[in-house]
Write a new protein. Structure first.
Length: 560
């Protein structure tokens, strides 16, 4: 059974939940609710799978049922235990569990074979010896009916003999397939004698060399659901046209139960690509740094970027479940992360693009201890010391020698408040041979310290963060942007032409509070005025954290 999750948002009503509720009311499945999540172990899960995970496990959780974790491992040529391990980890990380209900389609290979022979004996299946190209040609198209294979009327005895010899390994890959005998003139292409088995002389990662024929997905999926007594087989809309075949299998074969299939719209997200094949291309062609690259929409990539399980669950709840395809703006996902991290992330100070600020009237060796809250709304989280010294780091963008209208930070002769500390007035600046500002000079007002009597008499519009040069350290910071420059990269003829060349910017001179040097991998921080960052869980080392930008404090893309 799915683990209860007290932090999950209250589930919103949707048509799938309504069906489950009505079935329980009518005692359709004797009061049972059994769903399943059946990924193929041929890649890493992405955020689209998270929607399915939350739906299937969430229904089981909220209706007192069970959700089975089942791998559709029917194509050994593309499967790997690496993917299996990553999928189990992703589901667990999202906050769900399957208990004793971990299954594999390969658990039912013998049962699938038994049902295949049953179909042959009943005259419902036959061995076809046409080539793959000829089978496609014989199937017709959406406007023309198919025509029967010349092998469609083989006798039961000949079909059984050939099928058993297929299992025995007598034939080469592609020599024969087993097809269901349904209706070659059906307007639904999936019912035009679909393939049930194909020959693959390839060892399976679980069954070894036991099999050289493997069931097709549509057949194995329906059989697996029936064997596990699934009540509600929930899948995405692309399987809607496959439902008649699903029903045909469970109604024709002597299976122990009659599950029902229901379809919902898959997740489509702007600036994101959901095709596992294309995501694999990104990895193998080295456009990204692996499946867990923080720019990838994979769950491992989002997790490394800094997305939380709570944010993904909140996102899946907000977008809802429907039968209509839609394109969700990625800003909805980013807002969910902001909402989650605003509540749970500790605060810290980082100067991403530093320039030196010298307080010329402050003692050379002077140190004053200021205090900053670890969370502005959580007094019980306490505060931390932030030393104030003569030489400070400020953001380069917080100084402008020739200010534009509406710029309220540091300018020649201008005044700002250094957060948690003093009001300062710019008295000068230094540039190098290229005109680049290398240092800003200012004087502070000793009676303007935050929180002291009279400090509020200084009326300034600007408020800046800063760090003491002597009490901060350089770290690597990775600022991420969207991987694609187009809102719908999956629709392009070649998605590679839409890759954003500025999707990552790495800095090695960014400064953070010394206390952040011990930040744990995977921990989250709000860098004041900059954004939410996560300590990289792969490249960080003890005393050498690498900070990944998870999300900015607001949607900067809307202002471009």
């Amino acid at each position: 059974m799915s683990k209860p999750d007290s932090s999950a948002p209250a589930p919103a009503s949707n048509f799938v939940r309504n069906i489950v509720a009505e079935d329980l009311k009518a005692n359709t499945h004797q009061g049972r609710v059994a769903t399943r999540f059946p990924p193929e172990p041929n890649g890493y899960l992405h955020i689209g799978h998270a929607k399915s995970i939350c739906l299937n496990f969430g229904i089981a959780r909220d209706f007192g049922g069970v959700c089975h974790m089942r791998f559709d491992d029917t194509n050994p040529t593309k499967e790997d235990t690496e993917y299996v391990d990553s999928i189990l980890d992703a589901v667990t990380w999202l906050g769900f569990g399957w208990g004793e209900h971990l299954y594999y389609a390969s658990d039912y290979f013998e049962k699938c074979y038994e049902y295949a022979e049953f179909l042959i004996i009943k005259g419902k299946a036959y061995v076809d010896s046409l080539s793959a190209e000829d089978i496609r040609a014989y199937r017709g198209n959406l406007t023309e009916p198919g025509k029967p294979s010349p092998y469609r009327d083989r006798s039961v005895e000949e079909n059984l003999d050939l099928f058993r010899r297929m299992r025995a390994g007598e034939f080469a890959d592609g020599a024969h397939v087993l097809r269901a005998k349904i209706d070659m003139s059906s307007p639904n292409m999936n019912l035009r004698d679909p393939a049930l088995y194909r020959i693959r002389h390839y060892p399976h990662w679980r069954t070894g060399n036991t099999w050289c024929i493997y069931p097709m997905y549509d057949f194995a999926h329906a059989v697996s659901d029936a064997q596990e007594r699934i009540t509600h087989s929930v899948c995405t809309l692309e399987f809607e046209d496959h439902r008649p075949l699903y029903d045909w299998v469970v109604e024709t074969c002597p299976v122990p139960s009659r599950p029902r299939q229901y379809e919902f719209a898959r997740l489509n997200l702007t600036y994101t690509m959901m095709s596992k094949r294309k995501l694999l291309d990104l990895v193998t062609e080295k456009h990204v740094d692996g499946w867990d690259d923080p720019r990838m929409p994979t769950i491992v990539g989002l997790r490394r970027r800094g997305y939380t399980a709570g944010a993904l669950r909140l996102f899946c709840e907000r977008i809802g479940v429907s039968k209509s395809d839609s394109l969700i703006d990625v800003s909805v996902l980013e807002d969910c992360l902001r909402d989650d991290l605003n509540e749970h992330a500790r605060r810290g100070v980082a100067v991403i693009d530093p320039v030196r600020l010298v307080i010329t009237n402050f003692p050379v060796d002077g140190v004053e201890v200021c205090h900053a809250p670890n969370h502005p709304q959580k007094a019980d989280w306490g505060s931390r010391e932030v030393p104030f010294t003569r030489e400070l780091w400020i953001e380069r963008e917080d100084f402008m020698a020739e200010p534009v209208k509406g710029f309220f930070r540091l300018t020649p002769g201008g005044m700002v408040r250094l957060r948690y500390a003093y009001v300062v007035k710019c008295t000068g600046f230094t540039v190098d041979a290229d005109g680049q500002v290398t240092e800003v000079q200012a004087e502070y007002f000793p009676d303007s310290r935050s929180g002291t009597p009279g400090a509020d008499t200084y009326k300034v519009k600007g408020n800046m963060h800063w760090l003491s040069v002597a009490h901060s350290s350089a770290v690597e910071v990775r600022n991420y942007d969207r991987l694609f420059s187009d809102a719908n990269p999956g629709a392009a003829d070649d998605f590679r032409t839409l890759l954003n060349p500025n999707s990552i910017a790495v800095r090695h001179d960014s400064q953070v509070e010394n206390g952040l040097l011990q930040a744990e991998p995977g921990s989250h921080w709000q860098f004041e005025r900059k954004g939410y960052y996560c300590v990289d869980n792969r490249d960080s080392a003890a005393g050498r954290p690498v900070f990944n930008l998870a999300v900015t404090l607001k949607d900067t893309w809307q202002k471009r």
